[in-house]
Design a protein around this ligand. Structure first.
Ligand SMILES: *[C@@H]1O[C@H](CO)[C@@H](O)[C@H](O)[C@H]1NC(C)=O
Ligand SMILES: *[C@@H]1O[C@H](CO)[C@@H](O)[C@H](O)[C@H]1NC(C)=O
Ligand SMILES: *[C@@H]1O[C@H](CO)[C@@H](O)[C@H](O)[C@H]1NC(C)=O
Length: 404
């Protein structure tokens, strides 16, 4: 429709074509640039960015690395350019680490709205000048101490360049300068995209369906059972090196500790989060005490849901299933278990629960470490993350220090 006729219809008399055009330009300008209304307005401060290398390795290492990159951006007063995660789990050949965009796994806008005022993510398409970049190599080697690393970061706190690009090591290997509660804040802003959380919904629905068919309590216990060969070799070495005996747990030790969780309402479904090799084997389902109905992906009939996805997404689904469990039992030396307990502890803290260490305490979202025995009991030790710790070390490298 002709605009002139349109305006006339509403009683606006257009004096001349050029006056009309000038008026339209002003109107459009005002609509597009509300900040510059009045022409003398200040332009908004240019956003500054931090770029980090592709984030690699297991789901947990990737989550920690991502959070460390966020907290580094926060320290530098910069927006983190949305990094690539890795869909597959290759340790040696970097070119085989299939990059997967962060927003294919976690919700981008949700992250920015939940973390507003703390840390923000940006897109490469937001950059104004791609070449206005300072490339920074993080130091390495024994002489590169935590202090030197922090000094380097402080020197980088400059507003001059649009982008600071850190090259080299992945952020999981950077020195840590941040308290546990800051990591917890970043994790709180990570919400899975619908496509993945719906897959977790399906798995949880299957678990609950099984529970209600057998008239069980409408909840479930999740056990992150690390007994596969690779882990056993790794943890035995570790026990020898650190002269400790409470790192590895056999299948029987785990079964017995879980069976002795005080106050557990039976019967209940026990979801076993285990490596695929153990799912194929099937023998981990046998030997559980009466009232504990053990299932894994195969038994639940959800193997197909997992198999559709690459490694990272499979791990994210399992993580979500464990995170929603009424009771979680894991190994205090596993990063997967430790991150779960960190997030469950943060969730409890938000509900006002300060400690869940007492045996048989009636709290929501309790967690336990099966590799540690409860004091004077035969059950697993209650486990809560100390959210006031000044570094993430206890979680990244595993420990028996579980605050309970
Ligand atoms: C942080 O950056 C914003 C713009 O991105 C700027 O407005 C603010 O003053 C900066 N704060 C500090 C402490 O440098
Ligand atoms: C982009 O940044 C480079 C490096 O700082 C600078 O030399 C160049 O003039 C900039 N280009 C524009 C269009 O601002
Ligand atoms: C290892 O621990 C045991 C007891 O916990 C102790 O008796 C032994 O001396 C330790 N060995 C070393 C090499 O530290």
């Amino acid at each position: 429709m002709d605009l002139k006729k349109y305006l006339k219809f509403f009683g606006v008399r257009v004096v001349s074509k050029s006056f009309f055009l000038i008026a339209m330009v002003l109107v459009i300008r005002t609509l597009l640039l509300p900040e510059s209304w009045g022409f003398g307005g200040e332009s908004p401060p240019r956003v500054r960015y931090l770029e980090v290398p592709q984030i690699v390795w297991g789901l947990n290492n990737q989550k920690i690395a991502f959070a460390r990159a966020c907290l580094t951006a926060r320290l530098l007063n910069r927006t983190l350019l949305m990094p690539s995660l890795s869909a597959t789990l290759f340790y040696k050949e970097i070119h085989q680490l299939h990059p997967i965009s962060f927003d294919k796994v976690f919700q981008f806008d949700k992250f920015n709205s939940l973390c507003k005022g703390f840390v923000q993510l940006g897109r490469f398409s937001d950059l104004q000048n791609r070449s206005d970049t300072l490339v920074v190599q993080k130091g390495s080697g024994r002489k590169w101490t935590v202090e030197r690393d922090l000094d380097q970061l402080k020197e980088l706190n400059t507003n001059e360049v649009e982008t600071i690009q850190v090259v080299g090591k992945n952020p999981f290997l950077w020195h840590d300068h941040f308290p546990v509660k800051d990591y917890a804040k970043v994790f709180e802003c990570l919400v899975l995209v619908d496509e993945i959380s719906k897959e977790a919904d399906k798995v949880v629905a299957k678990i609950k369906e099984l529970g209600s068919e057998s008239k069980m309590m409408n909840g479930y216990v999740a056990v992150h059972m690390r007994i596969e060969k690779d882990w056993m070799i790794h943890c035995k070495k570790r026990e020898q090196r650190s002269n400790m005996s409470e790192i590895c747990s056999s299948k029987y030790e785990i079964m017995s500790r879980v069976a002795n969780i005080p106050g557990l309402k039976l019967p209940t479904v026990v979801y076993l989060a285990v490596a695929d090799a153990l799912v194929e084997d099937g023998s981990i389902l046998n030997g559980w005490r009466e009232g504990l109905v053990a299932v894994e992906k195969k038994k639940l009939g959800v193997l197909e849901i997992y198999k559709k996805h690459p490694y990272l997404i499979q791990a994210a689904i399992d993580y979500e299933v464990c995170s929603r469990a009424d009771v979680f039992v894991g190994n205090s030396y596993s990063t997967f278990s430790s991150l779960l307990v960190l997030e469950r502890s943060a969730k409890m803290a938000r509900m006002g629960v300060v400690t869940a260490c007492g045996i048989g305490m009636d709290v929501r979202w309790p967690s336990y470490a099966y590799n540690l025995k409860a004091m004077g009991e035969s059950g697993p030790r209650p486990w809560m993350t100390t959210l006031t710790d000044s570094t993430l070390q206890a979680i990244s490298y595993g420990s028996n220090n579980i605050s309970c």
